[in-house]
Design a protein around this ligand. Structure first.
Ligand code: GLU
Ligand code: ZN
Length: 305
């Protein structure tokens, strides 16, 4: 077993395959546009494929019609994906098989602890149920995290250190309510789709450490990760449907694309906004320089408006 300090086994020499993986909890807003655009540009600059995966494994948080609306918006914004759209809701069998294998190999166990109990023990899960042979009823499944990667090399942010205790936690792969956990689905599908580069928002920096551990537990090479600054509100919240981030305009994409390019630290010529969408995206692919992108993990929207 490698030390948690070591760099994960990340495959940088496989063909470039990137992805954008929205959850269909609402329409695309400016924050998700920044992420989609950055991953699209990065993939195209590396002659890579760019896939779209709809992360629809959490029905209570989904909004009817949101997945189709997201796809229409991406199209209107000139962000055209390769291959068929991949839906997590169609992958249950594979997720279940992974859970069964983990349980069979004693790499995972049932846990009945409540959030309140974990909080009472300092907020970090201490492996309470690991040796208690819990049964599946009303239980989550946690993976035994004997890897605990907490540092990794981010394409944009350089060396990122996450909270070590949190990164070493046995994390949930099946939720207590019976839904597949994000960590399970995201890693299972990034492996399934041969994703080599994951460009996404800096709100996912902490989960990256767990995901790197999970790749190692599953004995799979990990992709490379690059996190772009997160668009936050004045109050410090991530733009989201919950805090009423407005949907971006499907009919007139140009101003939002230009604004997103500026957010990414680029300086598009002032008349570019008058061009058609494909011209703007072509400009972006040929001109965007990611070294100009701000390094801080969060940027307040109004700062650059
Ligand atoms: N579906 C996740 C989200 O919308 C993103 C997952 C990922 O990029 O790994 O926040
Ligand atoms: Zn427990």
């Amino acid at each position: 077993m490698s030390s948690p300090l070591s760099t994960a086994n990340q495959a940088s020499n496989q063909p470039y395959v990137g992805r954008f993986a929205p959850s269909p909890s609402g329409a695309l807003h400016f924050g998700s546009l920044v992420t989609a655009l950055a991953s699209y540009i990065h993939a195209r600059q590396h002659q890579g494929k760019w896939l779209v995966r709809i992360e629809d494994i959490d029905p209570p948080r989904e909004q009817a019609g949101a997945a189709d609306d997201i796809l229409r918006t991406l199209d209107a914004y000139g962000l055209h994906w390769d291959s068929e759209v991949f839906y997590q809701s169609q992958q249950s069998e594979r997720y279940r098989a992974i859970l069964q294998t983990l349980l069979k190999c004693k790499q995972a166990y049932y846990c009945t602890c409540t959030r309140a109990q974990i909080k009472a023990h300092g907020g970090i899960y201490q492996g309470h149920c690991k040796t208690l042979a819990r049964t599946p009823e009303n239980a989550a499944i946690r993976v035994i995290n004997n890897v605990g990667h907490y540092r990794f090399n981010d394409i944009f942010q350089g060396t990122v250190s996450c909270q070590q205790a949190l990164a070493a936690e046995d994390f949930t792969v099946l939720r207590k309510d019976g839904l597949f956990a994000y960590q399970l689905a995201v890693v299972a599908d990034d492996i399934e789709q041969n994703i080599s580069h994951i460009i996404r928002g800096a709100d996912l920096l902490e989960p990256t450490a767990r995901q790197l551990s999970f790749y190692q537990i599953l004995a799979q090479p990990a992709p490379l990760f690059g996190h772009v600054p997160l668009v936050v509100t004045e109050q410090g919240y991530k733009l989201s449907k919950q805090n009423k981030a407005p949907a971006i305009d499907q009919k007139r994409p140009q101003p939002s694309i230009i604004a997103a390019l500026k957010f990414l630290g680029q300086t598009p010529p002032s008349d570019l906004v008058e061009q058609d969408v494909d011209t703007i995206i072509d400009w972006a692919v040929s001109q965007v320089n990611f070294t100009k992108m701000p390094k801080q993990p969060e940027i307040v929207l109004s700062v650059f408006e």
